[in-house]
Design a protein around this ligand. Sequence first.
Ligand code: TYC
Length: 115
Amino acid sequence: MANTSSPNPPAPGAPPGFEDDSVVVADRVSTKPPPMYRVLLLNDDYTPMDFVVGVLQLVFTMTREQATQVMLQVHRTGMGTCGVFTKEIADTKVQQVIEIALEHQHPLQCTMEPN
Ligand code: TYC
């Protein structure tokens, strides 16, 4: 919120025309962290394991070992977390996964939820 009242005395020695105290001063600074979103990968019966590992490495900058662990988690439980991001970044990553999967005609699905 902005404080548009006049809390500021004129600056000492301000040049003519600059003596007014109309500077807008923020009286409350937002320190809230942004809402975060969890990006989830879903299992299916058709997408090759190696393809999933490659996508996780590319989109989420995981090592091959990390990507393999996430892929196996998804394969075994039906779902797994790729990471937690701000909304814009989560959106972008979900779209990237879906686009790469479509390009290769795999049914791999990716979604996001508030964390
Ligand atoms: N279940 C797939 C298979 O057996 C592998 C797989 C893992 C697919 C993770 C999707 O998100 C996924 N080939």
